[in-house]
Write a protein that binds this ligand. Sequence first.
Ligand SMILES: [Cu+2]
Length: 200
Amino acid sequence: MLTRRKLLKAFVSLGLLLGVSISSAASAQAFESVKEQTGQFRRIEQPLPLKVSVTLGGLGLIGLELWWFQFSKTKAQQARVRQDIQEIGVTVNGGYEPNRIVVQAGQTVRLNFFRKDPSSCLEKVLLPDFHRSADLILNQTTSVEFTPQQPGTYTFQCRMNMFRGVLVVQGAEQTAVTTELVQMAQDAQTNPSEPVAIND
Ligand SMILES: [Cu+2]
């Protein structure tokens, strides 16, 4: 956890540094073009490969930062259907795991929260969109049931909204597309297209 925080800090400071250097480079360039107009100074062109590599490096860092904040901690999992109930276990330990749960609309969802984390911050879980909340008892499973009717993205969170998870509710059409994509991926794996024979 500590190392993650350190990494995060490093990324943030890198991002800031990059932003500062880009803006100072831009203003330096503007300054130079002003001087160019007066004819007193010559503009020094930076070699193209340098420009390209600086730009690419910057874009790469930005991408890395975005990825870190958006996706690195996201673990999606599809709820399993058992006796017409979509059920999934969620471990509560310094956050929620999985923190992205995919379910189908119109069918009862049962989230089984297992709280391992003693911090009071996580003692309550809230699902504001479904008007549900539950007190989570330490080292026990607490179930929360509800039936999402509308496809969409909803959140579940701790009492002070410091930890969050996402519930993705899919409609029938989306489910069909997802199933088809999974099927296509499986087909591609099991029957790799044969090399085309060239006949004279
Ligand atoms: Cu909290």
